[in-house]
Ligand binder design. Structure first.
Ligand code: URP
Ligand code: ZN
Ligand code: ZN
Length: 466
């Protein structure tokens, strides 16, 4: 059901963009920001919202989520209804989902399936990265037509052989095509052979529990994957984006490539900034809740990642939201850690934790928060300036954030369909108070008031990229 257009005046908040902070009123007219000024007179019939002592952020963007995810013999738990509600409650107004076909799936049919799952069900806006999992005579034409539909980015996996993983030939061809089309290739970087061999050795030595997952893919394995992608990017001239970078060693390789001219964006995840490998060592199989790839790392990596965010070396903080239940799905790997469905859900927690552990603890400033959780993703993936900023003419995706409040994270109160939270019991400074999604209120005083189906597919035409 379409939401009636209306005007809303947000009064007296402290607006934060990626470059500055200033106090002003904001007038929303229908779906857009109509005016920003030190004082705006309320037009007749307009709703007025008091935002004094509040921060106002642009709607946050999560450029890496999984919602429909058939993986490791099971299907991720969230639907677009539950995931988009969770996203909005956490201040995220735009999601970019990975389309992950198996190598035997038809890519166009896969994209249609992923799109149909979101259509009429999402309460926030959304877009997709197209997973490339095979190559045949039809692939180039198919991917070209997918890009023309507004899915202007690809995803490749250098890991997960036998599922989404690709070999070097497909990698080269995907990058070469992306270069010709002018689209970015997002990539999961780990060396698959090293993982397979080390996993085999660990299992043979009786190390079957979740704590062995880290040792099957230590930092060197990720750094090797990054090097590999960088070499191929250099040879093809393609623009790349490393997803879920977790550690100092991988960062070093990515920055070295960037320094020699390779075009590479770098994403880390909220999980790597605040959780470490000891979580995956918890007894009674509890560690399985924290199994993801690349794995949670030694705590010493966290300061490296925070510093890289502050310096601008890492561009984005995403979630890689991958919602698998503990009771029924993670337990598939009870006797063999390689069978634990990989991933940690975090779509609702990302901004709260980034603010609470980052801004409130002095690790990053407010503009950096906006840059890494909103603006850079909008720029990287062709959504800026419609998304990712607070400016006249932009979509009225706005978050009123109360820096004086506190919130405690728990699976008992979260909206994702998953039965656990990796951040259970974490108390963080700050709370999302209100959210507007293209001018319509989606969160009011911390309660969801959005509408299923209000979310729109965001086609990302090539000319819109910056
Ligand atoms: O462990 C993870 N990251 N699960 C989701 C799939 C992926 O690799 O992005
Ligand atoms: Zn991945
Ligand atoms: Zn992912």
């Amino acid at each position: 059901m379409p939401i009636a257009p209306q005007q809303t005046l947000i009064r007296g908040g402290e607006i934060v963009t990626d470059t500055r902070q200033f106090r002003a009123d904001i007038l929303i007219d229908s779906e857009h920001i109509a005016a920003i000024a030190p004082h705006i007179d309320a037009p007749a019939g307009c709703t007025t919202v008091d935002a004094r002592e509040m921060l106002i952020f642009p709607g946050f963007i999560d450029p890496h989520v999984h919602i429909h995810l058939p993986f490791m013999g099971t299907l991720a738990k969230d639907t677009w209804e539950t995931a988009s509600k969770a996203a909005l409650l956490g201040g995220t107004t735009t999601l970019i989902e990975m389309v992950c076909p198996s190598s035997s799936d038809d890519p166009t049919a896969a994209l249609d399936l992923w799109m149909s799952n979101a259509r009429d069900r999402s309460s926030c806006d959304y877009s997709f990265h197209m997973g490339v999992t095979r190559w045949d005579d039809t692939t180039e034409a198919t991917l070209t037509s997918i890009v023309r539909r507004g899915v202007a980015s690809f995803k490749v996996f250098l890991a997960y052989r036998g599922a989404f993983g690709i070999g070097d030939e497909v990698l080269y061809r995907t990058l070469a095509l992306a270069r010709r089309l002018g689209v970015v290739v997002t990539a999961h970087c780990e060396n698959e052979t090293l993982i397979a061999e080390r996993s085999r050795e660990l299992l043979a030595a009786g190390r079957t529990g979740p704590e062995a997952h880290h040792d099957s893919r230590p930092p060197r394995v990720e750094a090797s994957g990054v090097d590999h992608l960088m070499t191929f990017a250099e040879m093809t001239g393609a623009e790349t984006y490393i997803v879920h970078l977790s550690c100092a060693e991988a960062l070093e390789r990515a920055l070295a490539a960037r320094a020699r001219g390779v075009r590479v964006g770098i994403e880390t995840l909220i999980q790597y900034l605040v959780l470490d490998k000891e979580y995956a060592e918890r007894p009674n199989f509890e560690g399985a809740k924290f199994v993801m790839s690349p794995p949670l790392r030694d705590r010493s990596n966290q300061a490296v990642l925070w510093n890289a965010l502050r310096r601008g070396d890492i561009d984005t903080v995403a979630t890689d939201h991958a919602p698998f239940d503990f009771a029924t799905q993670k337990r598939l790997g009870e006797r063999d850690f390689t069978k634990i469905p990989n991933g940690i859900p975090s779509i609702e927690e990302r901004v709260k934790v980034l603010y609470g552990r980052g801004v409130a603890e002095g690790k990053i400033d407010l503009c950096t928060l906006v840059r890494v959780a909103s603006t850079n993703a909008a720029k990287q993936f062709g959504l800026h300036p419609r998304k990712g900023t607070v400016a006249v003419g932009a979509d009225a995706d706005l978050v009123i954030f109360d820096p004086r409040a506190r919130s405690t994270i728990s699976a008992r109160t979260h909206s994702s369909a998953v039965d656990y939270s990796a951040f259970e019991g974490m108390s963080v400074a700050g709370a999302v108070r209100d959210v507007w999604m293209r001018g319509a209120r989606a969160v009011e005083d911390g309660r969801f008031v959005g509408q299923t189906g209000h979310g729109q597919f965001l086609a990302r035409p090539l000319q819109a990229r910056q």
